[in-house]
Write a protein of this length. Structure first.
Length: 605
């Protein structure tokens, strides 16, 4: 058995060159084997090894010349050079989020070093040059300043150096900025149109563009069409799709809704404008001047279907999905819809419409009009939320005392509640006073696990007992956030504004997993002690569940106008903001300035 184990023919057929030395020693150290093979002399041992090496070479991959065996890896390796950490030299790290920065280099390295020492909870591997770890959440308070680290790789042939900059970003700081658009055309983000998908660890955003975008062709350039884009969590675009809008004279598609279903399909919604007499939405012929538009894509960006529903000034201003993939659209319409009477006649009525996962309308829509026959008393919805009990909540405004308006004809911020069968249940409002321009709007409700409802928006009047902060005249606005319990009772409301001739508006709200609430929009003033950077800055404000303002951050650049329109959280509690900018932002050049570009920011919560 031992003789067969060490039989040269069997060894040569089954062993690679790398194992020759090991098996040679195994045989030579065994006295029985030595005796059987008569290998007692040193020369015999050398001959045995030489024969093994020769036979092994016959079974190896052929080379142009015989190879030599080296006992030192660095003797055959060149000096290290060209150290690279993924093409970047600056790394903005997020507290509580793990990181692994792995280098590549030309040549080889026996050892690595770094100077100065890394911040706590980050480690440096002296064998591989990898920086890894999870920055402690204590850095949320003040962060770790941008610091340059010198990394050195060494072997016997020489050494190479490379510098990287590392920063741990504190709460409210920006991690990265992405801008994209079309030269000579405008591109921007839609209201409430940013979502995070846990399954693919990616982001979906939607908005409008008047050109071909990111390789996606708009067959009708200069006409405003909708787009949807998928990003990874580093801000890299994975795909972009355009839903083309065609009009004979003039018009546009106003994108105002985005939702994901449980299969990570993407649905966008909005309104076609100016599309009568031959206009088309994604190839569907339009017969009305305004139509509801819906389009669904799968997670790879393949279009599944589009729907264009006609109506008199029919708008889809927000959409939500349930676990079965049903789609709920809210907005408003004038006159009747599908034979359902609008109690407000030619004035706008709130709409609630259900479509199944294939885009087929389910049953009749629900309309909530003013019910008093007065002219010019509108009800409108601007955002929707599906709570854990299956109730649908629409945030918007009302001008009718039958639907919670403070006074007839006076715009009042309102929440409308519908059950899962689309039956209207009740309305709940924030009272308002008469104002010069009578403009009060609420957007994008969100719910917590107890089905409390939070809304945001802006107002030009006193708000539910709070005196207007900005000038009490036309054109000046206060942003707000408010909380209602599941019974519709107001728990608290807060204004975010600046005294004087100022304009601060909020368009989106989101809840973090640790129960904080963030709103975004824009301001043209210094806000809560933060200094404005441009003509109009994007703001993000953070509140706790009791309504305490934690911080406000302004993002902008000299001469630019920037606004936030969407918010989302990932599973690492990292905040993302979408919107629009006509200037450079966060050190990133706007490639289409002075035109608008779509923006996406990664923020520390």
């Amino acid at each position: 058995m031992i003789q067969n184990f060490c039989n040269r023919k069997n060894i040569l057929q089954s062993l690679n060159l790398a194992f020759i030395l090991f098996f040679t020693e195994a045989c030579l150290l065994n006295p029985i084997v030595r005796s059987l093979l008569n290998l007692e002399k040193q020369n015999d041992k050398n001959n045995f090894l030489s024969l093994l090496l020769l036979r092994a070479d016959e079974n190896s991959v052929s080379t142009s010349s015989p190879s030599t065996v080296s006992t030192s890896a660095t003797e055959a390796t060149s000096a290290p050079s060209n150290i690279d950490y993924g093409g970047s030299k600056t790394f903005n790290l997020v507290p509580g989020v793990s990181v692994s920065l792995v280098p590549t280099l030309t040549g080889g390295a026996d050892s690595w070093s770094i100077s100065p020492s890394l911040p706590s909870d980050l480690t440096f591997d002296t064998k591989t040059g990898t920086v890894s770890g999870t920055p402690n959440t204590s850095y949320l308070t003040s962060g770790f300043p941008l610091t340059t680290f010198l990394i050195t790789a060494r072997n016997s042939q020489g050494a190479a150096e490379h510098s990287i900059d590392i920063q741990i970003v504190a709460s409210g700081g920006t991690v990265w900025t992405a801008l994209h658009g079309v030269s000579g055309q405008n591109t921007g983000g839609g209201t409430g149109s940013l979502f995070f998908d846990t399954g693919s660890n990616s982001l979906y955003s939607a908005g409008y563009t008047t050109g071909s975008l990111d390789g996606a062709t708009n067959p009708y350039p200069t006409t405003q069409s909708a787009f949807a884009t998928k990003y990874d969590l580093n801000g890299n675009r994975l795909w972009t799709k355009i839903v083309p809008m065609f009009v004979l004279v003039s018009g546009a598609f106003s994108q105002t809704g985005l939702a994901l279903d449980s299969s990570a399909n993407v649905i966008i919604s909005g309104q076609t404008v100016g599309s009568a007499s031959g206009g088309q939405y994604d190839g569907i012929t339009l017969t009305n001047n305004e139509n509801l538009g819906l389009t669904k894509f799968d997670s790879s960006g393949n279009k599944l279907w589009s729907v264009a529903k006609p109506g008199t000034e029919l708008v889809s201003a927000g959409i939500a999905t349930d676990s079965s993939g049903n789609i709920f659209s809210t907005g408003n319409v004038k006159n009747t819809l599908d034979g359902v009477t609008n109690s407000g006649s030619t004035d706008s009525a709130i709409t609630m419409i259900q479509f199944n996962s294939s885009g087929v309308q389910q049953g009749l829509p629900t309309l909530v009009g003013n019910g008093v026959g007065a002219v010019g008393w509108h009800n409108e919805g601007y955002g929707i939320n599906l709570d854990s009990s299956g109730n649908l909540w629409t945030a918007g405004m009302t001008m009718s005392t039958n639907t919670c308006a403070t006074a007839g004809g006076q715009r009042t911020i309102v929440l409308y509640k519908f059950n899962s069968s689309l039956v209207y249940q009740a309305c709940y409002s924030l009272t308002s006073s008469a104002s010069a321009d009578n403009l009060n709007f609420a957007f994008a409700p969100v719910s917590d696990p107890s089905n409390n409802i939070y809304i945001t928006g802006y107002t030009s009047s006193n708000l539910d007992g709070l005196t207007k902060v900005s000038t009490a005249a036309s054109g000046y606005f206060d942003a707000f956030i408010a909380k209602f319990n599941s019974s519709g009772v107001v728990q608290w409301k807060r204004q975010l504004a600046v005294p004087g001739n100022t304009d601060t508006r909020a368009y989106a709200i989101t809840r973090s997993p640790d129960d904080f609430y963030y709103i975004t929009g824009y301001t043209n003033a210094n806000l809560n002690g933060e200094i404005r950077n441009g003509v109009q800055d994007l703001f993000v404000a953070k509140y706790d569940s009791g309504g305490t303002l934690i911080w406000v951050k302004l993002i902008g650049s000299s001469g630019s106008s920037v606004q936030g329109t969407g918010l989302a959280f990932d599973t690492n509690n990292t905040l993302y903001v979408s919107g629009t900018s006509n200037g450079d932002l966060g050190g990133v050049t706007n490639p289409v300035k002075p035109n608008n570009a779509h923006l996406l920011l990664r923020f520390v919560k």
